[in-house]
Design a protein around this ligand. Structure first.
Ligand code: AKG
Ligand code: FE2
Length: 354
């Protein structure tokens, strides 16, 4: 298939700045340097640990390490591939829809409920499975559109860099929590099947200034760590962290705060598996996506998300460590990650993808 000559939608050089002012309250997130973390700097590690316990979201400055550069520069290439993928006809995209209790493949606009009254979401996703990108074509678990296959080396590099970055952060968390690193690493072995994927997201331009529509409903991520690249505003976090908030609508008082995209940084957050492993010591922050604010809202919104998740057959139960309060699940066997993630996703109000 010929490559698109021109990218008309993903054009980050043309985006206006995130709007200033009281109408757009933003969240203050710690900015953590990946290079400084990799150097083992204690003060940086402490700041990261505190942020992952309290809000569960940080900016991760990427430049200056091999993995960081792969994510930083790779994300633009991945977003251009995403534009090509979403440009396929709907019938073609639906050939790759999500199936078999798995979240891989295409999710069309409106496949989930955005609120308790059943308003449909407005974003489309294409979830590209990590395990298929890092193996030869004949070992892949399912069919992918030719635009994905053409870009497989790009996706494989991106998956490896994002996964390794996730593992590096997990090592830091393990050390701080008194858990042997191997206990966590062994649950995230890159070659083993897992729910990990690169998610392309596309949200349409904003229709009205009031921005009523919801691109991605309020949720917490299911996995262990998420590494998110976005270029336009639209992501919002709930002001109050809640470790037990229910799906769709927050159940603690607060307000939505914008997460301003920060050039050169990924937005990194923890997911529900990190909460489960640590009996609630770590925080999985509640968030949602609405159309970009102000002038930015005139552009379709792309984001590129990598989800690091526990391998399919690892058990979701509290780990033992000096920094983890003992849990009541000590004697339970624990649910396998694949089933657990499926159950979490069902809680998000799936309407269907046909
Ligand atoms: O698009 C974004 O900025 C965030 C997407 C997200 O939260 C998700 O896909 O889980
Ligand atoms: Fe998310």
């Amino acid at each position: 298939m010929p490559h698109k000559e021109e990218y008309t939608e993903f054009t980050p050089n043309q985006y206006p700045p995130f709007p200033e002012g009281a109408d757009f309250p933003t969240v203050e997130l710690q900015t953590i340097s990946l290079r400084t973390l990799e150097e083992g700097d204690e003060a940086e590690i402490d700041r990261a640990f505190e942020a992952f316990k309290s809000r569960g979201f940080v900016y991760l400055e990427l430049a200056g390490t091999e993995r960081g550069d792969t994510i930083l520069y790779g994300a633009d290439d991945v977003a251009r591939a995403a534009e090509e993928t979403f440009a396929l006809p709907l019938e073609e995209k639906l050939k790759y829809k999500q199936a078999n209790k798995e979240l891989f493949g295409y999710k069309k606009v409106g496949a989930t409920n955005a609120d308790k009254s059943g308003t449909p979401d407005t974003a489309e996703f294409f979830n590209v499975r990590k395990n298929d990108m890092i193996v030869p074509d004949n070992q892949m678990s399912r069919e992918w559109p030719s635009v994905i296959i053409e870009h497989k080396p790009l996706f494989a590099n991106y998956c490896r860099a994002a996964h390794a970055t996730g593992l590096m952060i997990m090592d830091i968390l393990a050390d701080k929590l008194g858990v042997p690193r191997e206990e966590i690493r062994s649950r995230h072995v890159i070659e083993e099947p897992a729910g990990d994927h690169i998610r392309f997201t596309r949200g349409p331009p904003r229709k009205t200034a009031e921005m009523p529509e919801i691109q991605t409903p309020s949720h917490t991520d299911f996995g262990t760590i998420t590494i998110l690249m976005n270029w336009l505003g639209g992501l919002q976090v709930w002001s109050e962290s809640a470790r037990k908030a229910g799906p769709l609508e927050p159940d603690v008082p607060g307000e939505w705060l914008w997460v301003k995209p920060k050039r050169g940084c990924a937005i990194v957050n923890l997911g529900d598996a990190a909460v489960k492993f640590t009996n609630g010591v770590l925080c999985s922050g509640r968030h949602r996506v609405i159309p970009a604010p102000g002038e930015q809202g005139k552009w379709p919104r792309y984001s590129i998300v990598y989800f690091v998740r526990p391998t399919d057959h690892s058990k979701l139960k509290t780990l033992q460590g000096s920094g983890i309060p003992p849990a009541e699940d000590q004697n339970e066997e624990g649910v396998e990650a694949k089933e657990w993630i499926y159950l979490q996703s069902k809680g998000l109000g799936l309407r269907g993808n046909d």
